[in-house]
Design a protein around this ligand. Structure first.
Ligand SMILES: *[C@@H]1O[C@H](CO)[C@@H](O)[C@H](O)[C@H]1NC(C)=O
Ligand SMILES: *[C@@H]1O[C@H](CO)[C@@H](O)[C@H](O)[C@H]1NC(C)=O
Ligand SMILES: *[C@@H]1O[C@H](CO)[C@@H](O)[C@H](O)[C@H]1NC(C)=O
Length: 408
């Protein structure tokens, strides 16, 4: 049955179509069928909102009936074209270009008196935050900035425990600052974005803010594909030339990870009930468990029932290493526990749900783009015989590839 026929049966409401899709594909996560409109829907402006954490968060906000407007470049990843797109307003705008090109955004701002919350997933340059604050001048009640534990890479940490929020202090020495900035430009720029928000709040009547400093995020629909690459490497191991290896120096280093859906829950709660104690604060969010990369891979392997696959360590400089993306070790989450009542999902559940999602994802017709990406990655980096990847996918997942795209 085609989608048009479903629309005729169930009306044009995308949500009905969506629940059919959920039924057909057993796809996680699905929105509940009924939407309860809150007494006062909130006006929420989201920068990004189509990516990994963004789409999970926006799904929760629209399910609760809030009015959500997204500002992004207009790409829809995974199933966000079904789960998000029909239920939000969208403003196409590339933040890397001058903001005066974004006419739609100007129109939105002049038509809107109060924005209950801005959720910013996509500022990587201080200039983006400056432009946004200048444009939204005085209209924003709360600005939630999605930051990273990479900010600590450009700071001095003077203890050996898990990193605290208060460790985000740049060194006094100019020379050392510049050294860090050159080595870790991502962390440097994300910290600059935080610094802009802080100084606007203090000096220019800027909005109250909350910074969420995230370590590597895991879970379904990750656009970096990092977990999926490791999982596919194990599944296709007999068809690939590369052994599964971990950099020796990292094998025993604990790391922080965070689950996408836990982050979405925290953002949702901040929007629904802004907690005064949380305002103008930074929070580390992470799972309670801090596995090493070796443990992470062994856990994925065992979850896949591939107990005979060997994972070894290597001192070769070109060893593939996708986690963690920081060098300063895990973060301390006690502040988030106390103030945000942070109570992350158990690692065991994260592992099971994520592995299950990627096992299914490879066969879901409308994940065509993501599937092509993962196949190309396996063919490029894990074998000199690209056809072996295709053979493996056929033998293991029964996937005929290339195959015609289903009409959906
Ligand atoms: C460690 O660094 C923090 C943040 O810069 C600072 O507040 C603290 O006083 C320092 N502690 C010691 C023992 O130097
Ligand atoms: C692993 O084995 C268990 C128990 O037999 C089974 O329930 C589970 O589906 C298997 N997982 C995978 C990914 O094959
Ligand atoms: C995290 O920080 C809190 C507060 O500073 C401290 O009491 C606790 O011991 C720290 N946790 C770890 C695991 O170091």
């Amino acid at each position: 049955m085609s989608l048009t026929m479903w629309q005729q049966l169930y009306g044009r409401d995308g949500r009905a179509v969506l629940s059919v899709m959920c039924f057909l594909f057993g796809l996680y996560p699905c929105l509940p069928k009924a939407v309860e409109l809150p007494l006062k829907p909130k006006e929420i402006l989201v920068y990004g909102g189509n990516g990994f954490i963004g789409s999970s968060t926006v799904e929760k906000l629209i399910t609760a009936g809030h009015k959500v407007t997204l500002v992004n470049r207009g790409n829809w990843y995974w199933d966000s074209g079904f789960t998000v797109r029909p239920f939000v307003s969208q403003i196409k705008c590339d933040r890397m270009q001058a903001v005066n090109k974004c006419t739609e955004l100007f129109n939105y701002v002049s038509a809107t008196n109060k924005i209950d919350a801005v959720i910013d997933f996509s500022a990587y340059h201080p200039q983006s935050v400056i432009e946004t604050l200048d444009l939204l001048d005085g209209k924003v009640k709360l600005y939630i900035y999605i930051s990273t534990d990479s900010v600590y890479e450009v700071c001095l940490k003077n203890h050996s425990g898990p990193t605290l929020e208060t460790d985000a202090v740049r060194p006094d020495s100019q020379e050392q600052r510049e050294d860090f900035e050159a080595q870790e430009s991502y962390g440097h720029r994300k910290l600059m974005c935080e610094e802009v928000l802080t100084s606007y709040q203090l000096e220019k009547n800027g909005p109250p803010y909350v910074f969420l400093r995230l370590p590597d995020v895991v879970g379904p629909r990750d656009n970096t594909y990092r977990w999926w690459i490791y999982q596919m490497w194990m599944k296709l191991r007999p068809y690939l030339e590369k052994d599964i290896v971990v950099t020796a120096a990292l094998a025993n280093k604990p790391m922080s990870l965070v689950y996408v859906s836990d982050v979405a829950d925290v953002i949702f709660d901040l929007v629904e009930n802004p907690n005064p104690e949380a305002l103008n604060q930074a929070f580390n969010l992470a799972l309670k468990e801090t596995p090493t990369l070796m443990e992470l891979l062994e856990n994925i392997r065992d979850q896949l029932n591939l107990t005979n696959i060997r994972i070894s360590t290597s001192r070769q400089p070109d060893t593939i290493q996708l986690f963690p993306s920081v060098s300063r070790g895990p973060v301390n989450i006690s502040k988030a526990k106390t103030i945000l009542h942070w109570n992350p999902t158990k690692w065991e559940t994260v592992l099971k749900d994520t592995v299950e999602f990627y096992e299914k994802a490879i066969g879901i017709p409308y994940f065509g783009r993501e599937r092509n990406d993962i196949i190309r990655t396996m063919q490029t980096y894990f074998t000199t015989k690209p056809y072996n990847v295709i053979r493996g996918l056929r033998d293991i997942y029964g996937l005929a590839y290339p195959e015609p795209r289903d009409e959906l």
